[in-house]
Design a protein around this ligand. Structure first.
Ligand code: DX5
Ligand code: ZN
Length: 216
């Protein structure tokens, strides 16, 4: 199994001990800190906003992988660039002018990610895939941690990989939601490069070891 990049989702962290949990990620073999921003409109839940992202950034030593589950993300791209986002991911379903949004993210010096809800077919990225740095495939309906993995994801990863190859794109494939050691291997085999894991990492008795296990 090839070595995979792991992005622990801080949504599952203990917010009363946020610094401790960010430092756990720093000390682990994780590749990124995954940061979920939810607005209560695009998704039914509100997670946290800029002051919390800033607090994470202050202690983080790995690149920030920021996943925006918000409507009209264009309004905040610059603010997230200033907060030190390395990858900035917007939802396909939240962008009317996706091409413009991708270009704006890149012009601000960040990697551009595009997330797809479970019902959104990857073929809709056919005309943008060459400009995209990361395709984030939601393997649960976005909004909450701790949900169960949608099995159709494997086919979707294969379809995404095929599209990337066909279009000569260098986009990475990231999977988000319900990731555990029970599906990590198959996801990587199907073409996944980055695995996000919230509950499975933070609810484990030894998160650093769990991150290593997920990495394969
Ligand atoms: C869900 C978020 C995920 C979430 C994953 O909308 O995008 O990043 O934190 O949590 P788990 O791994 O618990 O499904
Ligand atoms: Zn996420």
């Amino acid at each position: 199994m090839k070595k995979t990049s792991i992005a622990p989702s801080l949504l599952a962290a203990d917010f009363g001990n946020l610094q401790r949990d960010v430092e756990m990620v720093n000390s682990s073999e994780a590749a990124y800190h995954h940061i979920d921003v939810m607005d209560g409109v695009f998704v039914p839940n509100i997670s946290y906003g800029m002051p919390v992202v800033k607090a994470i950034q202050k202690n983080a030593t790995k690149p920030l992988d920021v996943h925006l589950m918000i409507v009209d993300p264009d309004r905040y791209l610059e603010e997230f660039a200033n907060l030190g986002a390395h990858i900035l991911t917007v939802h396909y379903e939240a962008c009317t002018h996706l091409n413009r949004t991708i270009q704006a993210i890149k012009a601000l010096g960040m990697k551009a990610g595009v997330a797809l809800n479970p019902h959104t077919n990857v073929i809709l990225l056919e005309d943008s895939i060459q400009d995209i740095d990361v395709v984030l495939i939601m393997s649960v309906n976005p909004g909450f941690g701790g949900q169960s993995f949608i099995e159709n994801t494997y086919d979707k990863v294969r379809a995404t990989k095929a599209l990337i190859n066909r279009k000569n794109s260098s986009a990475l494939i990231e999977i988000d939601g319900g990731v555990t050691t029970a599906n990590a291997y198959k996801l990587v085999e199907a073409g996944a490069d980055i695995l996000v894991a919230g509950s499975f990492v933070f609810k484990s008795s030894d998160p650093v070891a769990t991150i290593m296990e997920l990495k394969g």
